[in-house]
Write a protein of this length. Structure first.
Length: 127
């Protein structure tokens, strides 16, 4: 959503513990919701219908952030938010699973802060 009043109200849902102060500059939010998957019977007799959903949501979230960057926007996945309030505001059924809440805006500068990453060896194992 990009309606300024709605964006401001959703931003406040992510600031309840006085965290995410930067959300005040958000211009739009994308909320990725999990839909019920209908798998082919050949697969669904082995796997729960939502088996792939979490991976799909993660992939969708990552691509949204990459596309935002490609369009010159800044993005930030937020995990700390009042889900109940967001559901009330946007009339989302409470039982709906959230994949991600992504804040979009304009970076204040082009500087990429120093990142502390695990080493390649720490996250990859060759067998
Ligand atoms: C599931 C999830 C929830 C997150 N929640 C927040 C959050 O509430 N506030 C925040 O500032 N960053 C949050 N982050 C971190 C940022 O979205 C971003 O991933 C982080 O700044 C690392 O990015 P970078 O190391 O590539 O710069 C969250 C990340 C993930 C994956």
């Amino acid at each position: 959503m990009e309606n300024p009043d709605m964006v401001s109200q959703v931003a406040q849902c992510g600031q309840q513990l006085k965290q995410n102060v930067w959300l005040g500059t958000t211009k739009a939010f994308i909320i990725i919701l999990e839909e019920h998957a209908v798998l082919s019977p050949i697969i669904s007799c082995f796997l729960d219908s939502q088996y792939y959903a979490k991976g799909d949501l993660g992939a969708a979230t990552a691509y949204v952030c990459l596309e935002a960057t490609a369009q010159g926007l800044g993005s930030n996945i937020i995990g700390l938010y009042d889900r109940k309030k967001i559901c009330e505001l946007l009339q989302i059924p409470m039982e709906k699973q959230f994949g991600a809440v992504i804040a979009l805006g304009y970076p204040s500068n082009d500087t990429i802060r120093t990142k502390t990453r695990k080493t390649f060896e720490d996250i990859v194992r060759f067998v």
